[in-house]
Design a protein around this ligand. Structure first.
Ligand SMILES: Cc1cc2nc3c(=O)[nH]c(=O)nc-3n(C[C@H](O)[C@H](O)[C@H](O)COP(=O)(O)OP(=O)(O)OC[C@H]3O[C@@H](n4cnc5c(N)ncnc54)[C@H](O)[C@@H]3O)c2cc1C
Length: 489
């Protein structure tokens, strides 16, 4: 069967490789000149930057995916466990490391909070229960549709997974210390959510962090993309770069032709990995839209991001690989993302320095720094704002790290709102799609299969299970299975 995949992000490539493995004739159409989408790399003057994802979590999902091809992760890259897993910078220069050693983390929690170790163990236990429960079935299932929502299995799961509670409430039930609360919530924040609005089931992230560990593929996250490209091509799939889909010709409930900037082509099955709202709003005629513009306007779109890539001609001692800078209270920052959209005055942010673990990503005695500040989607983006924000961030980084970096910057780039829109057709410049609020999780996420066009499917971060590289791999498996089932009928 002929399959066209719109977009060479992780979700698109992972679907392409699986369908090529099944013997289909797969072509991936990608608007950019390189693969990976949000997970692309940017290389300059000896520095290599992962442009988006930098946390390698849920290693078993990657093993599982590559195993479908009879391969191991180690066939594609060397994986190392980071220790410390990450470092927090709190106000007044308080620095807290999260270790790869669980016992050390228990001691830490005991220091930060009365009975902290015991509470931490209980909290982790419920996080692990949720994770195991999800991984045993629901994570890899297509949950779209009312039928699935009303299934006895899911109704039972709702109780078990505390879907009606939120992360903020759950964490406050266990812990009083504000630092501990933040330590356990930060991943939600950086994956686009507000703890007050994120279902408590996402506390499973603590099991992922503390029990399964924080890992790093040597060479960077781009190695995952390289692996997916290799698998697609080895099984006969092809990728056409610089090919932007500009319309889908649909009649009688089927996509018949795909229109691109490089000509037109037939379509057997179409899998869309490009941003879901962009495609539904712009390429699908009114009567064939599963979700119209009103649907997207009502959704909570995940934050955009102000991303800085900075190459320094010196090393910085007090950084580790992953650093979370919580020098300011993040409540105001959340308000400036979700309630009163504007550029954050006092941002909470993430700073990554992969050169701390990997000598291949920066010249000797240099450092590659990647900074992400979550931003409200759709706010004003001008060269003046970008520049003044860059200066503001450099000032703040210098304050937190107690060292000058401005004079050591030899490579720099900013990637933010309009770049996300231009590079990926991102709806309102979002970095990661749809937040994981209650109404936008599991069966409430947009469907993997169009409800009105028979041969049209969607894969990637907008669909279940959601945001993140492992999630995009899982969604690819779900879509490949759906297509397989459909072809049998
Ligand atoms: C700054 C940042 C930090 C992140 N950090 C992490 C992290 O640490 N860990 C983690 O696991 N995840 C992280 N994520 C999330 C993760 O990167 C994404 O969830 C995942 O990569 C999304 O993959 P995808 O396949 O859904 O889509 P995308 O990566 O968006 O791929 C879609 C592709 O479609 C292409 N496209 C769009 N329109 C068209 C068109 N009309 N025609 C042809 N092609 C088109 C785009 O160019 C793109 O290549 C981060 C994301 C960002 C932005």
């Amino acid at each position: 069967m002929d399959v066209k995949i719109v977009g060479a992000g992780v979700g698109g490539l992972a679907t392409a490789a699986l369908l090529a493995l099944e013997g289909h004739n797969v072509t991936v159409l990608e608007k950019n000149q390189e693969p990976g989408g949000r997970a692309r790399i940017w290389a300059k003057d000896g520095f290599v930057f992962d442009m988006g994802p930098s946390w390698y979590l849920m290693p078993e999902v990657f093993e599982h995916y590559f195993d479908l091809f009879g391969k191991k992760v180690s066939d594609f890259y060397e994986l190392v466990r980071l220790d410390p897993s990450y470092r927090f910078f709190f106000p007044d220069h308080e620095v807290i490391d999260i270790s790869a050693d669980l016992e050390k983390n228990k001691e830490l929690f005991d220091r930060l909070e009365d009975n902290g170790a015991e509470k931490f163990e209980d909290y982790l236990k419920q996080a692990q229960d949720k994770y195991d429960y999800l991984m045993e079935g629901l994570m890899y299932e297509d949950l779209s549709g009312l039928r699935s929502m009303l299934s006895p299995k899911l109704m039972a799961a709702g109780w078990k997974l505390s879907i009606l509670s939120n992360m903020d409430k759950l964490i406050r039930k266990y812990f009083d210390d504000e630092r501990v609360q933040k330590i356990l919530q930060y991943t939600i924040v950086f994956l686009g959510g507000n703890p007050k609005n994120t279902p408590a089931l996402y506390s499973m992230i603590s099991h992922i962090d503390y029990n399964l560990g924080v890992w790093y593929p040597m060479g960077g996250m781009g190695k995952i993309v390289e692996g997916l490209v290799a698998l697609t091509e080895q099984h006969g799939g092809s990728i056409k770069y610089g090919t932007e889909v500009t319309d889908l010709q649909i009649s009688d409930g089927r996509v018949h032709r795909i229109i691109t900037n490089n000509g037109e082509m037939e379509a057997g099955v179409v899998v869309v990995n490009a941003d879901y709202p962009h495609v539904e709003i712009n390429y699908i005629p009114e009567k064939y839209k599963t979700y119209d513009i009103g649907y997207w306007e009502k959704k909570t779109i995940a934050p955009s991001a102000y991303v800085m890539y900075v190459g320094l001609n010196k090393t910085i001692d007090n950084l580790t690989h992953h650093n979370v800078i919580l020098d300011h209270d993040w409540v105001e920052h959340f308000e400036q993302i979700f309630e009163n959209p504007q550029w954050p005055d006092k941002p909470a942010y993430y700073l990554c320095c992969t050169s701390k673990s990997d000598s291949s990503v920066a010249p000797p005695n240099h450092e590659n720094i990647f900074v992400t500040v979550p931003l409200a989607p759709g706010i004003e983006d001008t060269p003046e704002i970008r520049e003044s924000y860059f200066n503001k961030m450099v000032d703040h980084i210098e304050k937190v790290l107690k060292t000058n970096i401005r004079d050591s910057i030899i490579v720099q780039r900013v990637f933010t709102l309009d770049d996300f829109s231009e590079a990926y057709n991102a709806y309102r410049g979002t970095a990661v799609g749809l937040t994981h609020s209650f109404w936008q999780s599991a069966f409430f996420r947009p469907s993997h299969k169009s409800k009105k066009v028979d041969n049209l499917f969607y894969v990637g971060q907008y669909t279940h299970p959601g945001i993140g590289v492992p999630m995009a791999l899982i969604s690819a498996e779900i879509v490949a299975d759906l297509i397989y089932e459909e072809m049998k009928e």
